[in-house]
Design a protein around this ligand. Sequence first.
Ligand SMILES: [Zn+2]
Length: 284
Amino acid sequence: MNRTKIIDAHGHLLTGAQDLDRIAECGIFEQIWLLGLPEELKIAQCLVATTKEMFEVASRYPGLFLPFAYLDFRHPVEQVDRMVEQGIAGFKAIYPPLPYDHESYFPYYERIASYRLPVVFHTGIVTSPPLSERPVGLSYHPANMAPGNLYNLAGAFPDLTAIAAHFSIPWNNELLPAVVRTPNLYVDVSGGMRSRCQQLMKENIDSVASLRGGRTGTLVDKVIFGIDACYGRANYHQDIIDSVTDWNGFWNDVKHCSWSSKIPAIVRDNAAGIIRWAKAGNIQ
Ligand SMILES: [Zn+2]
């Protein structure tokens, strides 16, 4: 594996973030997408950062951290405009009260698509905590976050960039035909089921896929790299660096495969292209 700096297109930020200089100076990352979550959510007893904190971190490390706001279906669609005015790079959806492709959500997608911003959608199984720990008004039902919902809405809104997180495991069989047929639907490999993602990638990477602009490529052009870790605590930062090392072992293992020249696309270029596309069309 060469020394391509990577884009972690699936990160989160904890409140009161510390030790970020280490991440900024480790030489591994070109860009890290900080995906917003419901602000009342706790991860390992820590609250997640507010959108305001994500913007502060982004301005302290220009170009490195990109804030993505939590797309909160409990609140009106105008949240999209407010976030765009502040310079948001995209949105993150998880725990929708209704399935992602419910028609009552179409105005959100229409608005986000008008700015050509990406949305990272949690897909697949999700940790199901006790009721007392759940934000009020959200749903943890995995069917609401199944990849078929994204197939439907990505087709309806071709200017929306939809990224299905975590290879939609365990619904990868539902996801893959949707990703290869839909130019604006991508998949990220983030999350705890790393070896399963790696296996799925190896098995399917040469599948022919539709791309934007009427072009055709392969699944390799639709895969986005991500870790799905929390930034902002020293102990998590070591895990993040270890995770990159583990992935480097995988890239090394596949270096003789037909698609190995596209590894930089997976770890950097595909995500960079999504941000470029958004910047080119953003009316701000
Ligand atoms: Zn995540």
